[in-house]
Design a protein around this ligand. Structure first.
Ligand code: ADP
Ligand code: MN
Ligand code: MN
Ligand code: MN
Length: 370
């Protein structure tokens, strides 16, 4: 079930002290390390660095680059080069100073997007609906895997299970939460970089956590969520821990992981917006089957393990919505019903969903009435 299985990790010794000596060396002024980050052909994250002789202020100042797509499930060896088109610039929390992280789109030799580049159409759809001012907030759930035995969640006993779920959600104490140092480091790394992180909490399954990104306007939700995922993998790497977005890591009576997607338009956020929210739910209902195919990268198979109707999930086959209902496909938060305006929460997307795909679907259905 686990997506990462790696035995015999040889050395977990930290060289942090030694590395700090080199990282403290004075960097020449106006000479900057730019780490280009992109999404590979299997929704993995990749990165490589180049030196720039200026401090970039926006993505348009940055050079187009390329990489070997035959090594990232993105092209054939005989025509391997894939372009990297910079689209967003973030401050680099690992190298500090003027160093940057550069989120890129992957573009083929003929200047068309690669099949894995889902940002391209999402961006076009966001432009089409810009007058309705769509906002998004995503709750990203994930699990941490043990540093030496990557088949086991961090802090779980070898060959056994922790006590049943109950004490862990938003828990405190060394016997209730595992990996808080990673969560803290990631939160600050997001803030420093410019990712619009909204919060964090420990989840129902021990060693499962959540962070939220938002509210973000338009395409920036996908950019910030992918960069937040990159930062999480990279922070956890420093702690010799791995991150998994598997939507049902441990079968049985253990919570799966989702990526609840909160959505609003300008009309929903204004007085009387509840009627707009209810109209949106009706549109979502009509498109349920289509959306389920798009809400995880396997076309629904991953979510089939998670959306069982148990563990605060809805049934996969039937669309439901309701106020404060955490067993529904879409929840209207209690506060929103009380206020009469606000946003809705689509609880169906799996933790390994692609935010560009999910947010494009929401806008197509709700704003463009497709
Ligand atoms: P839950 O109660 O479901 O656990 P969270 O507090 O974890 O909710 O997450 C709520 C998310 O909703 C956050 O990402 C926040 O940015 C987002 N959000 C808040 N207001 C809006 C809005 N008007 N439109 C879209 N997203 C919003
Ligand atoms: Mn939440
Ligand atoms: Mn949650
Ligand atoms: Mn939620």
């Amino acid at each position: 079930m686990l997506e990462i299985s790696m035995q015999n990790i040889t050395s977990l010794e930290s060289n942090a002290g030694l590395l700090a000596r080199y990282m403290a060396l004075r960097q020449p002024e106006n000479v900057v390390q730019a780490m280009y980050v992109w999404i590979d052909g299997q929704q993995g994250l990749r990165a490589k660095t180049r030196t720039l002789n200026f401090v970039p202020k926006s993505s348009s100042e940055l050079p187009i680059w390329n990489f070997d797509g035959s090594s990232t499930y993105q092209s054939e060896g005989s025509n391997a080069d894939v372009y990297l088109f910079p689209v967003q610039v973030y401050s680099d929390p690992f190298r500090g100073g003027n160093n940057k992280l550069v989120l890129c789109e992957t573009i083929r030799y003929d200047k068309t997007p690669t099949p894995s580049n889902t940002r391209h159409t999402c961006n076009a759809v966001m432009d089409m609906a810009a007058d309705q001012e769509p906002w998004f907030g995503i709750e990203q759930e994930y699990s941490l895997l043990d540093g030496t035995d990557r088949n086991k969640p961090l802090g779980w006993p070898t060959g056994g299970f922790p006590g049943p779920q109950g004490p862990y959600y938003c828990g405190v104490g060394a016997n209730r939460v595992f990996g808080r140092d990673i969560v803290e480091a990631h939160y600050r790394a997001c803030m420093y970089s410019g990712v619009k992180i909204a919060g964090e909490n420990a989840e129902v399954m021990p060693s499962q956590w959540e962070f939220q990104v938002g509210p973000c306007k338009g395409i920036s939700i996908g950019d910030d969520l992918w960069m937040a995922r990159f930062l999480l993998h990279r922070v956890a790497e420093d702690f010799h821990v791995a991150v998994t977005f598997d939507p049902k890591l441990i079968p049985g009576d253990w919570n799966g992981a989702g990526a609840h997607t909160n959505f609003s338009t300008k009309a929903m956020r204004e007085k009387g917006g509840l009627a707009e929210i209810e109209a949106a739910c009706k549109r979502l209902e009509k498109n349920h089957a289509k959306h389920i195919v798009k809400y995880d990268p396997s076309g629904g198979a991953d979510n089939a393990r998670r959306l069982t109707g148990k563990h605060e999930t809805s049934s996969m086959d039937k669309f439901t919505y309701g106020v404060a209902n955490r067993g529904a496909s879409v929840r209207i938060p209690r506060q929103v019903a009380d206020d009469g305006y606000g946003y809705l929460e689509d609880r169906r997307p799996a933790s390994n969903m692609d935010p560009y795909v999910v947010c494009e679907q929401l806008v197509r259905t709700i704003c463009l009435n497709e």
